[in-house]
Ligand binder design. Structure first.
Ligand SMILES: [Zn+2]
Length: 424
């Protein structure tokens, strides 16, 4: 067997731990029509289409036949079929639905739709698709549409708790970009917030409750709400803002309170043994890169040596910066989740750089998808990148032998996450 395919074959045999997904509930997957077009609509392809749109684009009507729907959608698909977002969906359909071609066309759209329809009727769809087909042992599930729900509906999906709202919505009536308020959790726990200390206690109780229900990490996607520069603030200053007159707060005072709460949330998670996942870099569906560099987190990372930070998306496009951070800080893990489907070539280039610079025990992978087809496609691309980079290390550069390469692949896809999130 050719050496590359030998390494790839061994990678395919490995169990995987996937650090990040947003798999939408089965009830939602079963709503409306279900075909490749709906898969695009439920994935990042939709945001790419958004940026190509001319006047007149609409998603095809639900009551048309698969062929009619495809005929309407095809010109739009052709605008974006080159992207890894789109390609990952094709790969996912090959993996899960036995699609044979490398494209969707008038000849195969109806057969694929039929297979997709059959698969969404399975009550065990997530465990089957991710667990059996994908050989994924665990996917960390971030349900941002229902942030405090730890019932993931599948064995393979392990909950994480979003901390955004605890940090930036400390006052009743405030909600984060997902519509979440900490007071919803207070109600769930029948807990009353009467002071600043009791608000901090609420954060602790929520994390404890979630952990008892199976949560293995907390997650911040605060980069969608604000910049990532969190500065150290005295507790008494934060308390004064929280307990003072809320009507006359300046933006600076509110920001100081949020900053304090971020440090507090990290402390509480760390005391409970929960790693802290943080979104850094590119925001979904946005070209605005202001405030998302992982470098902005430096003060927080240095101030919390006991915390374990899982920094997302390879920091893209600040990938080299994140490499330096993971190399030089013992509490930082470098997670390439999402990056392989944003750009396989960047992920490949970066993986090569990361293997030169960052200890292999700190590299992680996740899919960051809302449908199982997309997650499986993301995994296919990640495996392809890993095997290509590793064979380069073995064959082209002679930096390592095949056993070392396979050991590193297992670390990235499984062992590091097993250690970080499951204490194995
Ligand atoms: Zn995500």
């Amino acid at each position: 067997m050719e050496q590359r395919s030998e390494i790839r074959a061994m990678i395919d045999e490995m169990p995987v731990i996937d650090t990040h997904e947003h798999i939408r509930p089965l009830s939602e997957v079963r709503e409306g029509p279900w075909d490749f077009i709906e898969l695009c609509k439920a994935s990042y392809v939709a945001s790419d289409l958004e940026t190509t749109r001319k006047e007149g684009f609409t998603w095809p009507a639900a009551d048309l036949s698969p062929a009619e729907r495809w005929a309407q959608f095809e010109p739009w698909a052709r605008r974006t079929e080159n992207t890894a977002y789109y390609r990952s969906l094709i790969l996912g359909c090959k993996k899960l639905h036995g699609l044979e071609e490398n494209e969707i066309n008038a000849d195969n759209c109806a057969v694929l739709a039929e297979r997709m329809e059959q698969s969404r009727q399975r009550d065990d769809l997530f465990d089957y698709a991710l667990g059996e087909v994908g050989n994924i042992r665990a996917s960390l599930q971030d349900p941002h549409w229902d942030a405090f729900n730890y019932d993931t509906g599948a064995e393979v999906l392990k909950p994480v708790l979003r901390i955004n709202a605890f940090v930036i919505c400390p006052f009743e009536g405030q909600r984060d970009h997902n519509g979440t308020s900490p007071y919803d959790y207070a109600e769930k726990l029948d807990f009353e917030v009467t002071s600043f200390d009791s608000y901090l206690e609420l954060i602790g109780r929520a994390m404890e409750h979630h952990k008892a229900a199976g949560a293995v990490a907390v997650k911040s996607s605060l980069a969608y709400d604000r910049d990532l520069l969190f500065e150290q603030v005295e507790k008494n200053d934060a308390r004064r803002v929280f307990e003072g007159n809320r009507d006359n707060l300046t933006p600076e005072q509110e920001r100081a309170l949020h900053d304090y709460l971020m440090y507090a949330a990290v402390d509480i998670a760390t005391d409970l043994g929960l790693p802290v996942q943080i979104h850094t870099g590119i925001r979904a569906g946005s070209g605005d890169l202001r405030g998302v560099s992982p470098v902005l987190l430096t003060e927080l990372l240095l101030a919390k040596p006991k915390a374990r930070f899982d920094l997302f998306h390879g920091g893209y496009p600040y990938c080299c910066e994140l490499a330096v951070m993971a190399k030089g800080m013992h509490n930082v893990w470098l997670d390439l989740c999402w990056l392989p489907i944003i750009s396989p070539s960047v992920a490949r280039r970066q993986m090569q750089e990361w293997l030169d610079t960052v200890p292999a025990s700190k590299l992680l992978w996740g899919g960051d998808c809302s449908r199982v087809e997309a997650a499986l496609g993301a995994l296919e691309i990640a495996k392809d990148i890993l095997s290509r980079v590793l064979i380069g290390q073995v064959k082209e550069f002679g930096y390592m032998n095949q056993n070392q390469a396979v050991r590193i692949a297992r670390r990235v896809l499984h062992d590091n996450a097993a250690e970080l999130f499951f204490g194995e």
